[in-house]
Write a protein that binds this ligand. Structure first.
Ligand SMILES: Nc1ncnc2c1ncn2[C@@H]1O[C@H](COP(=O)(O)OP(=O)(O)OP(=O)(O)O)[C@@H](O)[C@H]1O
Ligand SMILES: [Mg+2]
Length: 280
């Protein structure tokens, strides 16, 4: 059941609309908006907001990690404890894919792995980025501490927590026939403690059906990867990269074809139902 958001509207993120309930609590309204390469697209994906909200709630309830969730209301709303967000996206990767694959080919990172797309890494790789309005950029642990984004103790805690959440979620996924290829988490501070925040759904991870996994090719992905793949094929990614390099405004993204929208919507619902054992 869709419930209307309440409180004072604060701002729209790329995916969530954020309302203030009081000094301590925020309300997240999960929309069906979809972004790719940090750009909001003109198409929406039906039921995406509901999946993101309910799957996030499932992980917050079951991971056993201190987090910001207070309650869920209806299908698209989560009330959370307000935090001061740590300006780092905590990315962990178990497989060589997406921007890590690109960076490895360009020699921007060195990793003890074959340079084959979708190869399993010898061990999960903590690969943080900055949190930026424009485009998130890779950052090292040493830079995070030097720039004062986290203390070194916080850095250690957040890294350990990210790796252990990845392991836990990966176990659940594989029990249900999916590989958790990678994951992005955000943490924040509240009353002197660091808590897990934001959301955990198919916008924050890549999930591949294990029985179709084969290195050396594009994987069938139960998340927003098909959207990124389509935009890349349509030439939009290249256009965007060129514009960003030369400091030009972001080019207008194309509308997604109807078949792609329904495929992605079905996959979001499917991954929710498979991972949680619940019907949406
Ligand atoms: N408990 C919390 N308290 C305050 N802010 C939070 C909390 N949890 C998540 N956030 C922030 O709220 C925003 C969530 O909205 P959404 O994910 O749509 O935004 P985004 O586009 O990813 O982020 P941004 O607008 O910062 O670029 C993010 O900026 C996230 O860091
Ligand atoms: Mg976000």
């Amino acid at each position: 059941m869709e419930v209307k958001p309440r409180g004072t509207f604060l701002r729209s993120g790329k995916v969530k609309d954020i309302y203030e309930l009081d000094a301590n609590r925020l309300l997240f309204y999960f929309t069906d908006r979809v972004s790719a390469f940090d750009v909001i697209l003109p198409s929406t994906i039906p039921r995406k907001g509901e999946v993101l909200c309910k799957l996030s709630a499932f992980w917050f309830e079951t991971l056993g990690v201190p987090n910001h969730m207070v309650s869920v209301e209806g299908s698209n709303i989560m009330v959370v404890n307000r935090m001061t967000m740590i300006p780092v996206e905590c990315v962990v990767r178990g497989y060589l894919y997406g921007s890590l694959h690109d960076r490895l080919l360009k020699g921007e990172v060195s990793l003890p792995t074959e340079k084959v797309l979708a190869a399993k890494l010898p061990e999960p790789y903590f690969d943080p980025t900055t949190k930026s309005e424009v485009k998130d950029e890779p950052i090292t642990e040493a830079e995070i501490v030097r720039e004062g984004r986290m203390t070194s103790a916080e850095m250690r805690g957040v890294k350990d927590s990210t790796l252990s959440i990845y392991a836990k979620m990966g176990e659940r996924a594989i029990e249900h026939g999916f590989i958790l290829a990678d994951l992005k988490l955000e943490f924040g501070r509240r009353d002197g403690r660091v808590l897990l925040g934001d959301s955990i759904g198919p916008d924050e991870f890549r999930m591949w059906p294990a029985d179709r996994y084969a290195p050396g090719k594009t994987q069938d992905s139960y998340d927003k990867q098909p959207v990124r793949d389509w935009l890349t094929k349509a030439g939009y990614k290249e256009k965007l990269d060129r514009a960003r390099k030369s400091g030009e405004p972001t080019p207008t993204p194309p509308l997604l074809p109807a078949e792609l929208v329904s495929l992605v919507s079905d996959r979001y619902v499917h991954i929710y139902e498979v991972l949680t054992g619940r019907k949406l």
